[in-house]
Design a protein around this ligand. Structure first.
Ligand code: ADP
Length: 624
């Protein structure tokens, strides 16, 4: 097929795709008041076209108009009531126009459409948030004509025209210079966009950091700041500039929690401006469509979303990295494997962690906000970071049994330890509320020992790696055997009556007979005080952390049978021992003790089934 067959020879009516028609219909009839964002969208398209052009010039052999200034011109025409957005970017052929301007290319537009269909009326608020791209210009247009000429030397100029109804036309056109003119015939109620002051205002507000000069009409002075903020000296940049830059880059309405500005000369030259967004979900509010940092080589954007500069668990970081040492002429894929990239990654990752540590000491409130939003990312990092997981430990925060309403660091926990304590203790559970009742905490509570409460599913994964902090091993209270101070222990023993040594065998036998296959063993323990019994893993079984990991990875995973430990000093156990073995109440009490222990471990399959037995026990209690 020759070009002659496919290139449109004369004006040709082409129907918009159905979803484009829907989108246009919503936009044209919307009462959205901030219509000015159409200019941001068109300038952003122009900037993209220029970025791609810049790259072609640096890597390509032949382009049309190689010396044309890379810029954007906003040209109001009072007489015609038109506004033209002109760029010297890569331009489009007729085919590319059909492809790009007849369908919805913009992922934001598609998401917008889905959200608009769901929420019905409130579409007005959604338009600005999604950034609907080229079509947003129909909010202010009677018609739009795009006249464009591709950078490919042999390409023909073409024109695209539509009033925003069901169809558009594409036809050959005259245009000498490379790039695109987007000509908008403004509707009567959008005449404000012919006024220079208004255009200036909108450009400064939304497009100040677009990396190419923006001019109004034939004025020589550029309107936008166009600074590579990251290349300035941090001393010259004010907080307000950092925030504005972030806002224009992401469209995130919430200011970032922290930023870091880097200027490094060795071992590689680099500038970077990095941000911790207040929220890890880019969600509706961001125009960043993927994770990743903007990567520049000598001021030229070579990757919009680079994911190789940070480990996976830090991909929430937003920002720009720019290095003089990155090769420009190499393909984007090959950039990834260069030595320079490895060095950049090390620097950037280190800086992000330092920034977070600094935030943790300088602004506890903000850091707690960070922790609430990002705890899983950091814990995930501890579980998967191969190089230096220890670097993440100072970032961890915990709820603990003695400070349940605060976020404590491991260092704080260590500082608060009594002298005899040699380990950091933790308890695993499903939620902080129920964990506090656990029998595993009996003696810890009694001796006022702080225990970390780990109730997040990722905690088990984290613990597979985090088994020591500084000189302190981390131990699970279910298996730990701490040397609690002696004298208190003796005191406690003296006080309470206990199942006599010689009778304990018979009592254990009664439990075993009653519970049979459901448990692997029964024994007495001195590790309980307030609770009558607890379940623990038999010697040599997979530990509790791994069981949780397995349970999460495999639905059919069966928890190994537990050992029931009973507390010979607990009044229930003492009284149970005094009860005749054949008393019907005996088996009922044993069942209830066992099921209580299951419940507290989060292992009871059907807690409601206990009700009839509990009622029997109440009946028995009321009788006497
Ligand atoms: P997006 O820019 O998010 O892809 P748009 O609907 O705004 O979505 O634009 C659709 C496509 O049209 C762009 O991806 C680009 O290929 C093309 N395009 C739009 N404006 C221009 C322009 N000024 N120069 C070259 N191509 C453009």
């Amino acid at each position: 097929m020759s070009d002659m067959d496919t290139a449109p020879q004369k004006s040709q009516q082409i129907a918009f795709k159905a979803e484009t028609r829907q989108l246009l219909n919503i936009l044209i009839h919307s009462l959205y008041t901030e219509r000015e964002i159409f200019l941001r969208e068109l300038i952003s398209n122009a900037s993209d076209a220029l970025t791609r052009m810049n790259f072609e010039i640096l890597t390509n052999r032949e382009v049309l108009d190689p010396d044309a200034e890379l810029g954007i011109w906003i040209i109001p025409n009072e007489a015609e009531k038109t506004l033209t957005i002109r760029d010297t970017g890569i331009g489009m052929t007729a085919e590319e126009m059909e492809e790009n301007l007849g369908t919805i290319a913009h992922s934001g537009a598609r998401e917008f459409l889905a959200a608009a269909q769901q929420s019905g009326k409130q579409v007005n608020d959604l338009i600005g948030q999604f950034g609907v791209g080229f079509y947003s210009a129909f909010m202010v247009a009677e018609w739009i004509r795009v006249v464009s000429r591709s950078y490919r030397p042999d390409a023909q100029a073409a024109s695209w025209y539509s009033t925003g109804s069901d169809t558009y036309t594409v036809e050959p056109a005259e245009k000498e210079r490379r790039g695109s003119d987007v000509i908008i015939k403004l509707t009567d109620d959008a005449q404000e966009f012919l006024k220079e002051y208004r255009l200036r205002e909108v450009i400064r507000k939304h497009s100040d950091f677009v990396p190419f000069p923006i001019y109004i009409g034939d004025q020589k002075e550029q309107v936008n700041r166009q600074t590579a903020l990251w290349r300035q000296s941090p001393r010259e940049v004010e907080q307000k500039d950092y925030d504005e830059f972030y806002q224009q880059m992401t469209l995130d309405f919430e200011p970032p929690l922290a930023h870091a500005h880097m200027a490094v000369d060795a071992p590689v030259q680099m500038y970077a401006l990095l941000y911790i967004p207040s929220n890890p979900e880019r969600g509706l509010l961001s125009i960043r469509r993927e994770e990743g940092l903007k990567l520049y080589a000598r001021k030229v954007l070579i990757q919009e979303y680079n994911k190789d500069l940070l480990p996976e668990y830090l991909q929430f970081v937003q920002g720009v990295v720019d290095s003089e040492d990155l090769p420009l002429n190499v393909s984007r894929e090959a950039v990834q494997s260069t030595r320079v990239m490895q060095q950049l990654r090390k620097l950037v990752t280190g800086k992000v962690l330092d920034t977070l540590k600094k935030l943790a000491t300088d602004d506890v409130e903000k850091y707690n906000k960070f922790w609430k939003a990002y705890d899983r990312f950091i814990k995930h990092g501890v579980a998967v970071e191969l190089n230096e997981p220890e670097a993440l430990y100072p970032l961890l925060r915990f709820r603990t049994t003695t400070h349940p309403d605060e976020w404590s660091s491991l260092d704080q926990g260590v500082e608060r330890m009594p002298e005899w304590q040699k380990s950091i203790y933790y308890i695993l559970g499903d939620d902080a509320q129920s964990v506090q009742y656990s029998p595993h905490l009996d003696l810890f509570r009694k001796h006022n020992v702080e225990v970390l409460m780990l109730t997040d599913p990722v905690d088990s994964f984290m613990l597979v790696r985090l088994n020591k902090y500084k000189d302190y091993p981390l131990e699970n209270v279910a298996t730990a055997k701490p040397d609690f101070p002696k004298e208190e222990k003796a005191e406690a023993e003296a006080e309470s009556p206990s199942v006599p040594e010689e009778e304990s065998k018979g009592l254990i036998e009664r439990f075993k007979q009653q519970l049979g296959e459901r448990i692997s063993d029964v024994r007495m323990t001195d590790r309980l005080s307030d609770s009558p019994a607890r379940l623990i893993d038999p010697e040599g079984a997979m530990n509790q952390e791994m069981q949780r990991v397995y349970r999460m990875l495999d639905r059919d995973f069966e928890v190994p049978k537990k050992v029931l430990e009973i507390n010979p000093k607990h009044p229930i156990i003492v009284k149970l021992n005094a009860l005749a073995a054949d008393d019907p109440l005996s088996s009922v009490v044993i069942e209830q003790i066992f099921e209580d222990a299951l419940l507290i471990e989060g292992l009871h399959p059907d807690p409601a089934s206990m009700i009839s037995r509990i009622q029997k026990l109440m009946e028995a209690a009321l009788k006497s």
